[in-house]
Design a protein around this ligand. Structure first.
Ligand SMILES: Cc1cc2nc3c(=O)[nH]c(=O)nc-3n(C[C@H](O)[C@H](O)[C@H](O)COP(=O)(O)OP(=O)(O)OC[C@H]3O[C@@H](n4cnc5c(N)ncnc54)[C@H](O)[C@@H]3O)c2cc1C
Length: 287
């Protein structure tokens, strides 16, 4: 059982991880070895104190170095589900279960919208996790939305199992070329089905009959990740201690609202870390 699970390796997650590590907490930190794709993509950053005018790549590299100096390790896994167990949390990441007394959501803002029908059919043919659910589609026909080239290994895993894969990559060029994988260029209009996924309707008007639909994106909407989480529009609602409506769950950075800025993310990550320290001190470890 970890003291804290931090989800997100952007500036908010890093800021919290540094403080919690320096205060001797046992933490697991999920995200990407690349840290923040958003920071990396920023051409020039001139409003973050102490570093002058830097490129996003330079700042992201400094973030990586600072984490390494404190021996902070990133678990390069996508958290696909969090369950509130009352006195602790269970997290699912790439088919592995982790337990933590508290959770910090620092997942950034979810840029991509869900497809119509996707949320209603989640767990009933719609999946966000190839390694968790792939086995259920052995010999079947599936569709896969692949949000970035870094998820292609998951598409390959699914193509090893399914008899037929309709692949919708959100980027070009796509590095997958296999006999049982058909590239679809028409956009997805709707995930169809009543009790289970039955088909995908495309922009071309065509309907593709499928047994399942995998959505491999870089982010999962907060309410899907942790059911019961109170939102304010697309953002997670928090108080001034970065606490959410769920005891032991905190949120920081872009996921809590605008302005989408590095300094704001770092500040909120720091506040959240201190609130987590208080929460851990006040809440007995009952498990
Ligand atoms: C082009 C561009 C230019 C910008 N320029 C500036 C600027 O000049 N100044 C400025 O202050 N800000 C700028 N920003 C905004 C800034 O980058 C963001 O405000 C900041 O990165 C937010 O930090 P964050 O930690 O909240 O989220 P992010 O940096 O988005 O990090 C989120 C992390 O969470 C991970 N993650 C998400 N979901 C999961 C999950 N389920 N499981 C595991 N990991 C997950 C992601 O992989 C990522 O590592 C710019 C942004 C862009 C896109």
């Amino acid at each position: 059982m970890f003291d804290t699970a931090i989800i997100g390796t952007g500036p908010a997650g890093l800021s919290a991880a540094l403080t919690l590590k320096m205060r001797g907490k046992d933490l697991i930190w999920f995200g990407s070895d690349q840290f923040s794709g958003k920071v990396e993509k920023s051409e020039k950053i001139g409003n973050y104190p102490g570093v002058g005018m830097v490129t996003g790549q330079e700042l992201n590299e400094r973030f990586r170095q600072q984490a390494a100096e404190l021996d902070l390790k990133v678990t390069d896994r996508m958290v696909t589900n969090i369950t509130d167990m009352g006195s602790y949390f269970m997290l699912l990441a790439d088919n592995e279960v982790y337990e933590a007394r508290s959770v910090l959501l620092s997942t950034g803002v979810v840029a991509s919208k869900t497809f119509p029908g996707e949320e209603a059919l989640l767990g009933r043919g719609v999946s966000y996790c190839a390694t968790c659910d792939g086995m259920f589609y052995k010999g079947k026909t599936i569709a896969v939305f692949c949000g970035a080239a870094r998820y292609e290994h998951e598409v390959n895993y699914l193509a090893d199992l399914a008899s037929k894969v309709y692949l919708m990559p959100a980027y070009r060029p796509c590095g997958i070329s296999r006999d049982n994988v058909e590239l679809i260029t028409s956009p997805i209009k709707e995930v169809m089905g009543t009790t289970r996924v039955t088909a995908l309707r495309l922009g071309s008007g065509e309907e593709l009959p499928v047994d399942g639909f995998f959505c491999l994106r870089g982010a999962i909407a907060p309410a899907t990740l942790l059911p019961g989480l109170k939102l304010n529009g697309p953002h997670i609602e928090t108080d001034r201690q970065q606490a959410t409506n769920i005891a032991g769950c905190f949120a920081a950075g872009d996921c809590t609202g605008t302005p989408y800025q590095i300094a704001k993310a770092v500040g909120e990550g720091n506040i959240a870390a201190h609130a987590i320290l208080d929460y851990l001190a006040e809440t007995p470890d009952t498990k």
